[in-house]
Design a protein around this ligand. Structure first.
Ligand SMILES: Nc1ncnc2c1ncn2[C@@H]1O[C@H](COP(=O)(O)OP(=O)(O)OP(=O)(O)O)[C@@H](O)[C@H]1O
Ligand SMILES: [Mg+2]
Length: 313
């Protein structure tokens, strides 16, 4: 279990993250999303004890990262953004070395190396030099070292970055199989990956958490909204006000599309509001130039949540 409370990190005057709070339950796989520079790596480095927070607390498997930092760190397996692999060691030698750094006893290291090589499907390469492995296999070695000491909590910073589509499928399966036994938090820029392997999603933008929800809720939120795009001649503020009052309308945004008033209306897909909107336009004597429906993609909602002026909190 991970409990983060009001984690804040300043670099000089700059707040990389502010009041980040969330809980990841035992066995849960959490997807951590956010644009570049949003604060994912910073949060993960704090959780794993690599960077101290300026303020706030986190508890890892019952251990406070400040007052019980050794135990907290021992309860966590970390795949950093850049895995510090030793290229002149074989996979087995490297894992043995990492096991000794993690203060595991020799026998345990040997038996665990067998387990993690198996789990991360590294059999073929166990005695190959790491320097000769492809990026995808290096990532797997990174995951193997993270789980070597059987930590209950895993923090994986972009575990599938730069991996080809076929290897990505296998790597995702490996990560998914780790859920249940482990609490996993993984960062990614690949939205469908989150739907595939995560139970819940945490979205961070400009250092602040802007959404935290179950994947299916987030998807159904997306599915719950359709868009109607209307080009209408007339007073934009008045038109917006009238549209907003129509039952089933969730949000109206206005853009001036090359001299044409364009309204993007998010509404309940259960009812087709085009007839009602057309009627209102005619009733007010505004000029209806165009009306059509549009969809809201996964990317749309991510962009909406992570664009500051349109952030819904
Ligand atoms: N050591 C540091 N010194 C100063 N600023 C830093 C440092 N590390 C990170 N930052 C800043 O903190 C902010 C958050 O960075 P962070 O690496 O956590 O983002 P991220 O969400 O992991 O981004 P990405 O998706 O690109 O990996 C950025 O503005 C970054 O420039
Ligand atoms: Mg990062």
């Amino acid at each position: 279990m991970i409990e983060a409370k009001n984690l804040t990190k300043f670099y000089g005057d700059y707040p990389a993250i502010e009041n980040v709070s969330f809980t990841a339950e035992d066995g849960e796989v959490i997807g951590f999303l956010g644009p570049n520079g949003a604060g994912k790596t910073t949060t993960m480095r704090i959780l794993t004890g690599f960077t101290p927070a300026t303020s706030g607390t986190a508890v890892i498997a019952g251990y406070d990262i400040q007052s019980n930092s050794l135990e907290a760190r021992g309860s966590i397996g970390y795949l950093p953004e850049t895995v510090p692999l030793y290229t002149d060691m074989t996979v087995r030698e490297y894992l043995k070395f990492m096991g000794s750094l993690k203060k595991m006893d020799g026998k345990k290291i040997q038996s665990r190396i067998g387990d993690v090589v198996d789990l991360c499907r590294l059999e073929e390469y166990a005695d190959s030099m790491i320097g000769k492995l492809s990026k995808g296999y290096r990532q797997r070695v990174g995951i193997a070292q993270a789980i070597l000491h059987e930590p209950p909590v895993l923090v994986l910073d972009e575990p599938t970055i730069g991996i080809d589509p076929r290897q990505v499928v296998e790597t995702r399966q490996i990560i998914k199989s780790l859920g249940g036994d482990h609490t996993v938090i993984l960062s990614t820029h690949i939205l469908p990956e989150v739907s595939m392997i995560c139970d819940r999603v945490l979205i961070i933008d400009q250092g602040q958490i802007v959404a935290m929800d179950k994947t299916e809720n987030l998807s159904s939120k997306l599915g719950d909204v359709t868009q109607i795009i209307m080009n209408v001649q007339g007073p934009a503020t008045e038109i917006t006000r009238v549209i907003e009052q129509v039952s089933g309308v969730k949000n109206v945004s206005f853009t001036d599309a090359g001299g044409h008033n364009q309204f993007i209306i998010e509404c309940d897909p259960a009812e087709d509001l085009r007839t009602e909107l057309t009627r209102l336009t005619v009733e007010h004597g505004w000029g209806l130039e165009e009306i059509r429906t549009g969809g809201l993609s996964l990317e749309d909602i991510f962009l909406r949540l992570t664009t500051s002026e349109e952030t819904e909190k």
